[in-house]
Ligand binder design. Structure first.
Ligand code: DGY
Length: 325
C-alpha cells in the first residue's frame, strides 16, 4: 500500500524528518524556505502533492481561506506547537479535517523561557549584556544597573495551565509567592498553595510580576491594555511567553516609558516576526525571538508527538491522541 502524502511546511529536527520519510511520502522543506508564510502557497503545494496531511507550525497562516483552498485529499492538519490560534479549527472541522497539536512536552521548556525573561527583566540582564558587548562597560560600580530581586515578590500567573504550573514550581524555588488568575480555581493538588483570584482588578493590584500564559485569539486580544496596566502597582514587571496578541503593545510601551512598569520580558509579538519598533528604544525590555519551546529535547518530543497524531489519523485510522476538534 502506498504511503500517505504528508506536506511538511517547515524544516524539522533531523530525527523527525527521518521518521516522517520512513512512514509517509513526506514532502519536506529542507531549507525552511519561506513559502510557508503564504496560505495560498501551502494550499497549492498540498494540491499538487494531493496531500493527505499537512504538518504545519506556529505562525503558518492556516486560516479559513487557506483551509478552504486545501484539496479534498487533506484529512489531517498537525501543528508542531501547542498553540493552534493560527489554525481556523471550525473551518477545518466543517471540512472534516482533524486538527492536532503537541501539548505537555513543551511545558517545562516554555516555563524556563518565562523564568529567563522574568530574571532578565528583574536584573536588567539584557541591558547589561548589551553594555558589555558594546565595549561600554567601565568596571564594577556600587550603583551600576541595579535591578530588583524576585525573592518574596508576588508572581501573578495569568492562565494556570500546564506551563503556568511549571513556572509556579520554578518560582517557588525563587521564594516567590504565587498568585493566579484563571477561569476556574484549581484543585489543591495542582494549586499547591497558590492564591486564586476571581477578579482581574484584585489580581492586578496584588501582584509584582505578571507572567502571561493565555492562548491567542479574539478572547484574549490585547488583554493587557492601558486600563489593566494602570491597575498594576508602580514598578511591576511584565512577562509574556504565551501569545503576542494578548498584549496591547502601544500601552505597554507607554507604561514602560513612563516607568509605571519597571521592566518587561517578551518572547512573543503581535504580528511576529514583526516587532513593534517602540520596544527597540527601551532599555527596560528584554526581547527574545519566540524561543519558548526551543530546546533540542523539547523540539524532538514535539516532532514525535506530531507524527503520533498523524500516524493515528492517516495510517491507523484511529482518533489522534491530541486532536483539538
Ligand atoms: C507553541 O507550541 O505554541 C509555541 O508557541 C511554539 O514554541
Amino acid at each position: 500500500m502506498s504511503k500517505p502524502v504528508l506536506l511538511i511546511t517547515r524544516k524539522l529536527p533531523e530525527a523527525i524528518e527521518v521518521r516522517a520519510a520512513r512512514d509517509f511520502d513526506a514532502r519536506l522543506n529542507p531549507n525552511d524556505d519561506p513559502w510557508f508564510r503564504s496560505g495560498a502557497e501551502i494550499a497549492k503545494r498540498a494540491t499538487e502533492a494531493q496531500a493527505a496531511g499537512v504538518l504545519c507550525a506556529a505562525g503558518d497562516p492556516m486560516n479559513a481561506e487557506t483551509i478552504k483552498a486545501l484539496p479534498a485529499s487533506v484529512k489531517a492538519i498537525a501543528t508542531f506547537s501547542v498553540g493552534y490560534d493560527h489554525i481556523d479549527v471550525p473551518a477545518a472541522t466543517a471540512r472534516g479535517i482533524v486538527v492536532t497539536n503537541t501539548p505537555e512536552v513543551l511545558s517545562f521548556a516554555t516555563a524556563e523561557t518565562a523564568m529567563t525573561l522574568m530574571l532578565m527583566a528583574a536584573r536588567r540582564a539584557g541591558e547589561g549584556e548589551r553594555m558589555v558587548r558594546a565595549g561600554k562597560w567601565e568596571g564594577w560600580a556600587p550603583t551600576q544597573l541595579m535591578g530588583v530581586t524576585l525573592e518574596k515578590k508576588k508572581l501573578g500567573i495569568l492562565g494556570m495551565g500546564r506551563i503556568g504550573r511549571e513556572l509556579a514550581d520554578m518560582a517557588r524555588g525563587f521564594k516567590m509567592e504565587i498568585h493566579y488568575r484563571d477561569v476556574n480555581k484549581l484543585p489543591p493538588e495542582l494549586e499547591k498553595g497558590a492564591i486564586y483570584h476571581d477578579s482581574d482588578d484584585k489580581f492586578l493590584a496584588t501582584i509584582d510580576v505578571i507572567s502571561m500564559h493565555v492562548p491567542g485569539g479574539d478572547a484574549t486580544r490585547k488583554w493587557l491594555n492601558a486600563e489593566r496596566l494602570a491597575k498594576m502597582k508602580k514598578g511591576s514587571l511584565v512577562v509574556n511567553s504565551g501569545r503576542g496578541g494578548s498584549v496591547d503593545d502601544e500601552a505597554l510601551i507607554a507604561a514602560l516609558a513612563s516607568g509605571h512598569i519597571r521592566a518587561a520580558g517578551l518572547d512573543v509579538y503581535d504580528g511576529e516576526p514583526v516587532v513593534n519598533p517602540g520596544y527597540f528604544k527601551l532599555e527596560s525590555v528584554a526581547l527574545l525571538p519566540h524561543l519558548g519551546s526551543a530546546t533540542i529535547e523539547t523540539r524532538a518530543a514535539m516532532g514525535q508527538r506530531a507524527l503520533e497524531n498523524l500516524d493515528a489519523a492517516l495510517r491507523l485510522g484511529t482518533k489522534p491522541p491530541h486532536a483539538v476538534n
